[in-house]
Design a protein around this ligand. Structure first.
Ligand code: 16G
Length: 241
């Protein structure tokens, strides 16, 4: 993969070669890559050059280092466009990943004044409160807590929440989820979130709050999700104003 007479710098050729190997799945996420010394010997190049290539790949999120162990291939981030209102299950399936869900809790609570106002129900009305870990190909991606009015999501059960809630309310209850408003913030994983997402406490996460409404304008759900920042990135298409 290295051509010494090429006008391209050697570190750059090595970088591109490693990226290519990741794309071709010759290097698999979670796998340890050869050491600096091994690359240097294999291609007859200096360790400094190898170090530069690997550092760039770490900074760009292709590789990650574990102190005392080595350098590993990172899981590629999922890129989520922010224009359509989609469910987690749809998002993962559209990428060829298998969604799954761990329902951590499924309870009924009485709406506080604040929740009642946001969901446009009477204070004290019953709400479903759900906590779920969402996984893609068995890897935890997000931890979400949601509130939905019990009156709207009739018959919702824990078993249904293991699959797709949007699928249930749209295809079984015949409701139409129409509109969503989402707020994104940078944050760090608190203790419980870190456990659920299998990251260290304090690891970077993306905090997302979503409120959706039905075609009748009635609020449907309030969701607070914590996404692993090492597995997710969001893209927004913009038109010049
Ligand atoms: C996404 C939504 C969440 C929605 C869920 C439905 C965000 C931040 N959250 O996780 O609001 O409840 O999808 O997914 O995108 P489901 O139909 O697979 O249960």
């Amino acid at each position: 993969m290295i051509q010494k007479n090429s006008p391209l710098p050697i570190y750059y050729q090595l970088e591109e070669g490693i990226k290519e190997a990741i794309q071709q799945q010759e290097l698999i996420p979670g796998e340890m890559i050869p050491s600096e010394r091994e690359y240097a010997e294999k291609y007859g190049i200096s360790r400094m050059t190898v170090r530069q290539a690997l550092s760039n790949l770490v900074n760009d999120g292709y590789l990650y280092r574990q102190r005392g162990k080595g350098t590993f291939v990172a899981h590629q981030k999922i890129e989520q466009p922010l224009q359509g209102l989609t469910s987690f299950s749809e998002d993962m399936r559209s990428r060829g990943l298998e969604p799954s869900t761990r329902v951590i809790s499924f309870t009924e609570v009485e709406a506080s004044h604040d929740l009642a106002a946001k969901l446009e129900v009477e204070a004290g009305a019953l709400l479903f409160e759900l906590k779920r870990v969402r996984l893609a190909d068995q890897l935890p991606m997000a931890y979400e807590m949601l509130y939905i009015s019990k009156e709207l999501a009739q018959g919702l059960t824990k078993e249904i929440a293991v699959n797709s809630i949007y699928d249930y309310v749209e295809n079984k209850l015949g409701l139409k989820i129409q509109h969503g408003r989402q707020v994104l913030e940078a944050s760090i994983a608190r203790k419980t979130e870190a456990e659920m997402l299998e990251v260290a406490e304090g690891a970077p996460v993306l905090l997302i709050e979503r409120r959706t409404t039905l075609d009748t304008n009635k609020p449907f759900e309030l969701v607070r999700s914590v996404y692993r920042a090492d597995r997710y990135k969001f893209t927004i298409d913009m038109e010049r104003l």
